[in-house]
Write a protein that binds this ligand. Structure first.
Ligand code: SF4
Ligand code: SF4
Length: 138
């Protein structure tokens, strides 16, 4: 479920995403070989590959995050954040990020991520931009 304050910032596309067998098979049907998008965590479980901090399927169009396999995305992406409001940007991990290149890319997305202090007009504006972007590219 897309949260009501989603600004389509794409910050959630920097998180670790575990993959089920069904996720992998579904994504392979888009024409991607599993070696292109699967890597393994320390426990040996399959996770989505990331490049410089972003999911390999993530693209950015202006301020809007685009999933290039949206219809085939993993279940975990469909379910995120699992509640009506997204508060990912308020997670303390983002306060203490070091200044490497990967984190610079994450900060780019953070700028457009909703927080409890973000005015409603800004969220509505982000939604408007997202709608225009999705109409243009679909
Ligand atoms: S981090 Fe939250 S606001 Fe940003 S795209 Fe993901 S769900 Fe939407
Ligand atoms: S598969 Fe799509 S929705 Fe999931 S993390 Fe990657 S870009 Fe984001």
């Amino acid at each position: 479920m897309i949260p009501s304050n989603c600004t389509f910032c794409g910050l959630c596309c920097t998180l670790t995403v575990k993959l089920s067998d069904n996720d992998i098979k579904r994504i392979e049907k888009t024409g991607c070989g599993r070696e292109e998008f699967v890597e393994f965590n320390k426990e040996g479980e399959p996770i989505l590959k990331r490049e410089n901090g972003w999911c390999t399927f993530f693209k950015r169009d202006g301020k809007i995050g685009i999933c290039s396999i949206y219809d085939s995305r993993p279940e975990a992406c469909r379910d995120f954040p699992g509640k009506r409001h997204c508060d990912l940007a308020e997670n303390p991990i983002y306060k203490y990020m070091s200044d490497n290149d990967e984190n610079k890319r994450i900060r780019l997305l953070l700028k457009n991520a909703p927080t409890s202090k973000m005015p409603e007009e800004k969220i509505n504006k982000a939604l408007e931009v997202a709608n225009k972007t999705f109409n243009r590219i679909s």
